[in-house]
Ligand binder design. Sequence first.
Ligand SMILES: Nc1ncnc2c1ncn2[C@@H]1O[C@H](COP(=O)(O)OP(=O)(O)O)[C@@H](O)[C@H]1O
Ligand SMILES: [Mg+2]
Length: 385
Amino acid sequence: MAKVIEIKDVNTNFYTYEGIIKALDSVSLTIDHGSTFGLVGESGCGKSVTARSIMRIVQEPGKIESGKILFYPDPNKNGEGVDLLQKPESYMRDLRGDKISMIFQEPNSALNPIFTIGFQISESLLFHRKKELCQSVVDDLGKTGNGLFIPLSALLKKIYEIGARNPEALLLGLFSRIPILKRWDRLLKKKALNRSIELIDDLGIPNPQEVVKLYPHNLSGGMKQRVVIAIALACHPVLLIADEATSNLDVTIQAQILNLLKELKKKEISSVLLITHDLGVVAHTCDRVGVMYAGQLCEVADVRDIFENPRHPYTSALLGSVPKLLQKKTLQSIEGNVPNLVNPPEGCRFHPRCQYKTDICSEKAPPMEEVGTNHSVACYHHLSG
Ligand SMILES: Nc1ncnc2c1ncn2[C@@H]1O[C@H](COP(=O)(O)OP(=O)(O)O)[C@@H](O)[C@H]1O
Ligand SMILES: [Mg+2]
C-alpha cells in the first residue's frame, strides 16, 4: 500500500508555568493513500496536537521537538517522502488548504463573519489554484462568441496566458490597476465564484447560487460545517484531517456529514485522518484505528480488529466489555484519571489504571510490537488474540 503520511517518533511539548507538558511522546503512525485512519482516546490524550503537528500549527507555548513527518503527495511515485518538519514556513503555507486540509470542531473559528460564503471559498481557490483558473479563463476567451469586443478579448487572453504560466507575475499586478483591464480580475473572480457554487452544490447545500451571497451567521451549524468542508475540499486535498468535525452537530446532521465525507472520499479526497471520541463514527467510517493514551499511541490495527480483538487493556476498557462493531457506542469511562503530562507515570503510562500491571510496567515503557497482521500494541501483558 502506498503511504500518504508517515509520522515517526514525533515529540511535541508545551512549555507552561507548571512545567513541560509532554503532549506527544514518540508518536509514530502511518496512513495509507485511499484510507481513513481514525484516532481515538480520552480528552487531552494528544489527538489534536497530533493533527496540529502534521499541519505545523501547534499553538504557543507548544513546540515540535523532534521526529519526522514524511508526506508522500503522489501514490504513484515511490521514493522519499518530504519531511514537513524540515520545510520552511512558506512551503507549509502553500500546502495547507491545498494538499493537506483540516476541518475543526467549531465552524465559526474557520469562517470569517465579515465575508460572504462565496468570497471565502473563492479566496482559497484564488490562493492555491490561480494558475488553473487563469487557464480556464483563457479557454473560455478562446471560444468564439464570448460576448467581448474582439481586440479586448485578445488582450485579456494574453494577460490570462501570462497568469496561467506564472500567477505571481508582476505584470499582472500592474494590469489589474488599469481600470479598463480590471476585467482581468473580475473574470478570474467570477470563475472562482462559479467553482465555489459547484462545490457547495456537491455538498448538498440547497440554493447554492443564493448561499454564496450569504454570511456565516445566516446559516445553521450544519450548513456552516458543510461550507467549511467545501473550503477544505476546494483544492482536492491528498489528506483531509477532520478533528472532531461533527461532534458539535446533532445526530442526524452528523450522520449526513459523515456519509457525505464517505461519498467524497470515493471521488474527491485521497485519505482522511479522522479524530473523534465517538466509536460509532469510527466503526462506520474508518479503515484503521490508532488508540492514544496520555500522549502515546498504545494500539494500532484495522478497524475490525480493534472492535473484535482489542489487545491493549486500555483499548479493551475503552470499548467496554462487549464491543460490537457497527453499534453506536461512545467511550466508556475508565476508573482513575488521565495522568498529568508534566510528570507522566514512569514505564507504561497506563499502568496506574491497569488491572494487569506487574513490576515491569512501572519500570520500563513497553515498545510497540506487532502482535498480528497489521496489528501493533505497546503492552507487556497484551490480551490474547
Ligand atoms: N495551548 C496549549 N497550552 C498548553 N497545553 C496544551 C495546549 N494545547 C494542548 N495542550 C496539552 O496537550 C495535551 C493534549 O491536548 P489535545 O491534543 O488538545 O488533546 P485531545 O486528545 O483532547 O485533542 C493536553 O493534555 C494539554 O495538556
Ligand atoms: Mg482535541
